[in-house]
Design a protein around this ligand. Structure first.
Ligand code: CA
Length: 219
């Protein structure tokens, strides 16, 4: 499988390329946002690893432009601590996952593998899990054709779960995707919102003790 790494710090880029090649990936490197965008829009990659802070064009802009171009390659965004402000809340830019620097290579590899296992077109606007449908254009959630009313936060959480059906999502991942622009979110907050969703949508969201949550067909 072929990957693209867009990272302006040459040392990190080289280390990622070396590590990923040892895992039998083919790796292209780009050192600024424009180059990254050019590569990503002309070549077919399994996953794009995209640094947030880049010369010429930042990662959020690259991501947004690719999604506007209807390119749905999974994107793993790299951020440094402290960059997780509203810039990253451009999560709505269409990145699929986030990883904060410094990270262990094993963690990056696990995220990349998870992204390659996912079906393409996860940026689609109509999502379906079992008898539940969610439409990101009109914010309508229906179960068995019955409309379910959700708060904004509940909707965001449900959308994130539904984009990763039958996949265990940790509280940290959920926080990074749903609450990234808010300070001091506790893992407990995730539990509370999962609880709200469960009351409205029984038997769909499962707790995997010690790991996190997943959404899927009721057992
Ligand atoms: Ca950078």
């Amino acid at each position: 499988m072929r990957l693209l790494v867009v990272e302006d710090e040459h040392k990190i880029a080289a280390a990622l390329k070396k590590g990923l090649e040892q895992e039998n990936y083919a790796v292209d490197l780009a050192y600024d946002g424009e180059e990254g965008y050019d590569f990503a829009s002309t070549e077919d990659y399994a996953v794009i690893i995209l640094d947030l802070m880049l010369p010429k064009m930042d990662g959020v802009t690259v991501c947004k432009k690719l999604r506007e171009d209807n390119i749905h390659t999974p994107i793993l965004m790299l951020t440094a601590k402290g960059e997780l402000d509203d810039k990253v809340s451009g999560l709505n830019s269409g990145a699929d996952d986030y990883l904060t620097k410094p990270f262990a290579f094993a963690e990056l590899l696990a995220r990349v593998k998870a992204l390659t296992r996912r079906p393409k077109h996860t940026t689609q606007t109509k999502l379906k899990v079992a008898d539940l449908t969610l439409n990101t254009n009109n914010y309508e959630v229906k179960r068995n054709a019955k409309v379910i009313q959700l708060s904004k936060k509940e909707f965001a959480l449900l959308e994130y779960l539904m984009r990763h059906p039958n996949t265990i999502l940790s509280k940290d991942q959920i926080i990074a995707h749903i609450w990234d622009y808010e300070a001091d979110v506790l893992p407990n907050t995730v539990e509370v919102y999962i609880g709200y969703l469960r009351r409205k949508l029984p038997n769909l969201i499962h707790t995997i003790r010690g790991f996190g949550y997943k959404i899927g067909e009721a057992k």
